[in-house]
Design a protein around this ligand. Structure first.
Ligand SMILES: Nc1ncnc2c1ncn2[C@@H]1O[C@H](COP(=O)(O)OP(=O)(O)OP(=O)(O)O)[C@@H](O)[C@H]1O
Length: 230
């Protein structure tokens, strides 16, 4: 679960003053729910993701990740928080000189998992995204949709309770976007809190998920997910 309590972020401007990227934003992303985050360019979406990932710190307010107030976490504790969060990028940020298997294994290698464990977990993640048969290939040999699925397998390989996605369907056609959304829904169904930042209004319109909208750093709308069957 992620919680923001009256979070503001002001970036200093060279020469004096500051730019308010987020103003008094409060929200809760519960476990097992899929939420869209939208807003015009510069509205503060990336800043919100950066605060959750501890790439930036808030100027005021508190962010809680899985119950941990991030103001209590020092630099040495940042890797511990990041292990709770899977991140999916628009351009997947894959290593094209490594196999599909090695790309997905990377977070586990960095976290120091035992080798036998890594094999089991990587294959489980690749199976989940339907790419088990392609583990030995280089990502360059795969389609855009498949590359995005490698990025998702890598994000979930250590079973984080939170999954953040920044424009995950940006380069994909509607059919592939739907496949990716189905995967995110599968993770939400097993209790992961999923936050998808996107400009893609057609994607947002196609699903009835909760929608958070930012305008000039303020949360201006919060469309709750309707009850199932409603
Ligand atoms: N490191 C920084 N230093 C100064 N200003 C920044 C910095 N990062 C972001 N900003 C400013 O903060 C505001 C919010 O930026 P942010 O990147 O969070 O918006 P965004 O909604 O993600 O936009 P986009 O969709 O274009 O990525 C913008 O006015 C931006 O110029």
């Amino acid at each position: 679960m992620i919680q923001l309590d009256r979070v503001s972020k002001r970036y200093p401007i060279p020469g004096g003053g500051g730019r308010d990227a987020l103003r008094q934003v409060s929200l809760t992303l519960p476990a097992g729910e899929l939420t869209f985050l939208t807003g015009h360019s510069g509205a503060g979406k990336s800043t919100l993701l950066k605060l959750i990932m501890m790439i930036e710190r808030p100027t005021a307010g508190e962010v809680l990740v899985d119950g941990v107030p991030l103001s209590t976490v020092g630099t040495s504790g940042i890797p511990y928080i990041r292990r709770k969060i899977g991140m999916v990028h628009q351009n997947h940020q894959l290593l094209f000189d490594r196999s599909v298997f090695d790309n997905v294994a990377l977070p586990l290698v960095i976290a120091g998992f035992p080798r036998a464990d890594i094999g089991k977990r990587v294959r489980a993640a690749l199976d989940k995204v339907g790419l088990l048969s392609k583990e030995k290939l280089n990502p360059v040999m795969l389609s855009g949709g498949e590359q995005q699925r490698i990025g998702i397998a890598r994000a979930v390989v250590n079973k984080p309770p939170l999954l953040l996605a920044d424009e995950p369907t940006g380069n994909l056609d509607p059919a592939l976007s739907a496949e990716i959304m189905d995967l995110f829904q599968d993770f939400a169904n097993v209790g992961v809190a999923v936050l998808i930042a996107t400009h893609d209004l057609s994607l947002i319109d196609r699903y009835d998920h909760r929608l958070l909208s930012l305008r000039d750093g303020r949360l201006v709308a919060d469309r709750e997910e309707p009850a199932h069957g409603a």
